[in-house]
Design a protein around this ligand. Structure first.
Ligand code: IDP
Ligand code: MG
Length: 150
């Protein structure tokens, strides 16, 4: 089953939007297989955002994600990566559609509330970066047959 890594970033935690964010992914049908509240280290932030190293926003981005605690989740489901990205909305909140998390709750790119993996490959890699095997739970959900056809 496809997996994606979701982070409710520091602004989401500080603004009390964690429940609202989790609610949207749960309602979508994605199955939670890992979740934790944590302070992100400089090292983990730099690893997670390694692809952006050298860009003008890299340092502010690392500062943002390490500025205050986050809630990180591993979610599973059919097309989990693409579905979660649609639920999150465009990177620039001013371009994010109404009805998406960013489109409903955010205004600026540097305070865009949520991270979601951007490819199936990165979904697997990011879940492995943020969670140990022992922190991930594979479980059958009672309503799976009403969400997953196959
Ligand atoms: P994504 O989070 O929608 O996948 P990415 O392009 O991967 O977007 O960028 C990672 C994060 O870096 C964004 O969510 C945003 O917080 C921040 N970011 C990206 N581009 C900029 C920018 O031009 N200015 C400030 N922050 C940016
Ligand atoms: Mg990205």
């Amino acid at each position: 089953m496809e997996r994606t890594l979701i982070i409710a970033k520091p602004d989401a935690v500080q603004r009390g939007l964690v429940g609202e964010i989790i609610r949207r992914f749960e309602a979508r049908g994605l199955r939670i297989v890992g979740m934790k509240f944590m302070q992100v280290s400089q090292e983990l932030a730099e690893q997670h955002y390694a692809v952006h190293r050298g860009k003008s926003f890299f340092e502010p981005l690392v500062k943002y994600i390490t500025s205050s605690p986050v809630v990180v989740m591993a979610l599973e489901g059919t097309n989990a990566v693409a579905a979660a990205r649609m639920t999150i909305g465009a990177t620039k909140p001013n371009e994010a559609a109404a009805g998406t998390i960013r489109g409903d709750f955010a205004l600026e790119i540097g305070r865009n509330l949520v991270h979601g993996s951007d490819s199936v490959e990165n979904g697997q890699a990011e879940v492995s970066l943020w969670f140990s095997e022992a922190e991930l739970v594979s479980w059958p959900r009672n309503n799976d047959p009403w969400i997953f056809e196959g």
